[in-house]
Design a protein around this ligand. Structure first.
Ligand code: NAD
Length: 269
């Protein structure tokens, strides 16, 4: 049975970047879309463009950091569409800077969206997918959820959590016929930096200047969101767990695994 044609796909952070690209790719395969985003204007812009291309799109303004709003998203999706088949917990923000200089509000803002946003999606939607005994969840982490990166420590902590919970979910939901993937891109051409500053809640704002990322943190190949989305669709079709997007990831992961493996050499044991 086709995982996407005639199915209902919910995408958080669907108002821009990778989220809109995933929605476009799902719609091209015949899925009905439910887009959720904190930025209601961006949500409507994305929906208008997708509808122009023939997609059926519902929009539900949602702050994923608020559990009640994510519960309302699930209820409203089922009310309008009858079911949920694919959930992409994709909304996220990124802050740059040294861990030692991060404020407590930097931690709270990052974890609120990147960690709690995914947890809210899981606790709200997983029971529904289990009850259906079908469907697929895609959690957007990052390569920064697989390897610790300097200047991105707070972000890494939030994304490592997403990778860990997704690995456990893959095993647990798999027993119920539900697929799980974790999306781990490196740099993708989106407006995440400006959106992260613009959407930051006032109560979690820092006094003073926003941190400007050093050039080193931004080095590496940049790919288009549509390329990421193509890989997401393939992973949903094949029920792959990891979704990597950049060929250079292979060497980085191998070097990390080799450093771990070295610690098991007999001379160190
Ligand atoms: N762009 C990259 O290089 C990159 C790399 C790795 C991982 N990611 C991850 O990909 C995901 C999508 O990011 P993107 O690059 O497309 O950025 P983006 O800013 O273009 O899209 C993120 C969307 O999430 C929305 N959003 C932010 N806070 C929200 C909240 N509290 N509730 C609901 N929606 C909210 C924003 O309005 C925006 O539309 C994020 O989880 C990000 O961490 C991005």
């Amino acid at each position: 049975m086709d995982a996407l044609a005639g199915r209902v796909a919910v995408v958080t952070g669907g108002g821009g970047g990778i989220g809109t690209a995933m929605a476009r790719a799902f719609a091209a395969r015949g899925a009905t879309l439910v887009l959720a985003d904190l930025d209601a204007a961006a949500l409507e812009r994305a929906a208008t463009a997708l509808r122009r291309d023939g997609a059926t799109v519902y929009t539900i303004p949602t702050d994923v950091g608020d559990r009640a709003q994510v519960e309302a998203l699930a209820e409203e999706t089922v009310r309008r569409c009858g079911a949920v088949h694919v959930l992409c917990n994709n909304a996220g923000i990124a802050l740059f800077g040294e861990i030692a200089q991060a404020t407590h509000k930097d931690w709270e803002y990052t974890m609120r969206v990147n960690f709690w946003g995914v947890v809210h999606g899981v606790e709200t939607f997983a029971p529904r997918l289990i009850a259906q005994r079908s469907g697929h969840m895609v959690n957007t982490a990052s390569m920064a959820g697989c390897v610790g990166m300097q200047w991105l420590g707070v972000y890494c902590a939030s994304k490592f959590a997403v990778v860990g919970l997704s690995e456990a979910l893959f095993r647990e939901l798999g027993r119920h016929g539900v697929g799980v993937s974790v999306l781990c891109p490196m740099i993708v051409d989106t407006r995440i930096n400006e959106n992260s500053a613009r959407l930051r809640p006032r109560e979690l704002a820092n006094p003073g200047e926003a941190f400007v990322p050093p050039a080193a943190a931004m080095a590496g190949g940049v790919i288009a969101p549509d390329e990421v989305a193509r890989r997401v669709v393939r992973a949903v079709d094949r029920r792959d767990f990891y979704i990597f997007t950049h060929p250079e990831q292979r060497d980085i992961l191998r070097r990390r695994a080799a450093r771990q493996d070295r610690m098991f050499e007999p001379d160190l044991w």
